[in-house]
Design a protein around this ligand. Structure first.
Ligand code: ADP
Length: 485
């Protein structure tokens, strides 16, 4: 089979979140399973800086809009690990300071930027290779299935191609004014409640959900959750109508980058058999956060995250008076919404003896936190998959998490009787529940070192490589391809 991955991010070219890791990894694995994979990305300024002066694959594609045409070239990004990369080059759309937004908000023409990108992928594929499956990711490429099943319906070149949409985070949907329908040259007939209309907006993600042959999301639990009003971000209704075609496929991680036995970003290496090096990593982390005074017996709690509402850090603020007046030390690394940056700054000011916060995006420090902390905190309100809890288990840094989405699928509650479990979970997203899970962890850390080492080793023994999820994606592609042939 030939799969075209169309996405707004992909490592190593451009990344703001977990989506980029998935699009970086799955095509490679799909190739190693004997299939053909092509990735299309917007030629953002950030991509150009990484991959300048690319050969031209198509000089000019005409992308029509309501009153004008735009033109886009397709650049050949070459073949890497068997995966063909193409970049959609339209400088007035993509040669910008950031990907989606500036400090003042989202780019108002995001509908046009990603509408153009989606249509350019379809047009380019007709010349460079029509796949069996177009695999779209999140709202940014959701117009691919919409176009394909509406204004491209009778295109003989494309009509047998199947579509799969992966939802990496249902919180971001791409809402635009109703007029977007005609601006994208789509028929008004699709601006209805059962298609792209959503509370009187044109909703990209909803269109993708309605028109794709199959939908996947990044954990089994999140696939269930988004069908409920609590987590569905008002798309639960339409997702329930697609329940038979909705699959939860847990993300893998890249252990070439995230393994304490080989990680070149950390102060010392260690393995489940020999944990000695973790002490050195802890010292190094405390040094990096100006906290050399922290005693060996004091548990170090780590956070690495986007500071976004989704991540549930209000709970940290709520438990701070109880937690940070005791014998613990909190280290947090993150950037994001000004409100949460402020919240962490306040914690730092109020508890400077027991907390050290860095408002930064720093990959090396992220590795140091994973390796050097004793406990990793993820009180997320919702978490489609989550990577940091998976990394932290590999680094013997015991996660304390809200039992939601991928956090629930990957972390097992410690059970002292059976000595099974890799972390601590809380069911309700409340300060008391969070605090009590943390107390359970601290109790074992302080009073039962043998069990603590067992929890660490249980986590380190877990393996979330990309092989299994890649096979599951191929199964979905095959089901869709069979249905369309
Ligand atoms: P999300 O995609 O919602 O941001 P994930 O847990 O799936 O959450 O992925 C987050 C990724 O971004 C991880 O690889 C994490 O290490 C990285 N990350 C997040 N914030 C920072 C930061 N401030 N510095 C370095 N890496 C970060």
């Amino acid at each position: 089979m030939h799969i075209v991955f169309a996405a707004s991010e992909c490592v190593p070219y451009v990344k703001t979140g977990g989506l980029a890791d998935v699009v970086g990894a799955v095509p490679r694995e799909v190739v190693s399973l004997g299939h053909r994979a092509t990735v299309y990305l917007p030629y953002y300024r950030q991509v150009r800086e990484r991959a300048p002066e690319k050969a031209v694959a198509i000089h000019s594609l005409t992308i029509p809009f309501q009153y004008y045409n735009r033109f886009s070239a397709i650049l050949d990004g070459g073949v890497h690990d068997g995966v063909q990369f193409y970049f959609v080059d339209c400088p007035e759309m993509f040669d910008r300071e950031s990907l989606y937004a500036t400090q003042t908000g989202d780019y108002p023409d995001n509908w046009e930027r990603f509408g153009l990108f989606s249509r350019a992928v379809l047009e380019a594929a007709k010349q460079l290779g029509v796949p069996d499956i177009f695999h779209a990711h999140d709202w940014q490429t959701s117009m691919i299935p919409v176009y394909l099943r509406t204004i491209y319906y009778f295109d003989p070149a494309l009509r047998n191609a199947g579509t799969v949409l992966t939802i990496h985070n249902a919180g971001y949907q791409g809402w635009f004014p109703p007029q977007t329908t005609e601006r994208l040259l789509l028929p008004w007939e699709i601006f209805t409640m059962d298609r792209v209309e959503h509370y009187d907006t044109f909703n990209f993600l909803k269109g993708g959900i309605v028109y794709s042959d199959a939908i996947t999301t990044v954990s089994r639990k999140y696939a269930e959750e988004i069908q409920t009003p609590e987590f569905g971000e008002k798309l639960d209704g339409v997702l329930r109508t697609r329940a038979a075609d909705l699959h939860g496929i847990l993300n893998g991680v890249d252990y070439k980058e995230w393994d304490p036995a080989t990680d070149h970003n950390i102060a010392a290496h260690y393995t489940p058999e020999n944990l000695e090096g973790k002490k050195e990593c802890r010292r190094d982390l405390l040094h990096a956060f100006g906290a050399e005074h922290v005693a060996d017996e004091t548990p170090v709690l780590g956070i690495v995250s986007r500071f976004a509402t989704q991540k549930g850090f209000d709970l940290i603020a709520q438990i701070a008076p109880r937690l940070l007046s005791g014998d613990v030390f909190l280290i947090a690394l993150g950037t994001g919404e000004p409100y949460y940056e402020g919240l962490f700054r306040t914690i730092q000011n109020q508890y400077h003896g027991t907390a050290s916060i860095k408002i930064a995006y720093d990959s090396i420090l992220a590795h140091k936190v994973e390796a050097g902390a004793d406990i990793f905190l993820m009180p997320s309100r919702y978490e489609p998959c989550g990577l940091n809890q998976i990394y932290s288990m590999k680094y013997g840094t015991v996660p304390v998490v809200h039992a939601t989405g991928g956090l629930d699928d990957t972390v097992d509650e410690w059970d002292a009787a059976t000595q099974v479990g890799s972390g601590f979970k809380f069911m309700n997203q409340t300060a008391d529940d969070f605090y009590s899970a943390l107390e359970r962890a601290l109790e074992v850390f302080r009073n039962d070192k043998k069990s603590w080492v067992q929890i660490m080793r249980n986590g380190m023994a877990k393996s979330y490589t990309w092989q299994k999820p890649a096979k599951e994606y191929v199964d979905v592609y095959q089901q869709v391809a069979r249905r369309r042939s």
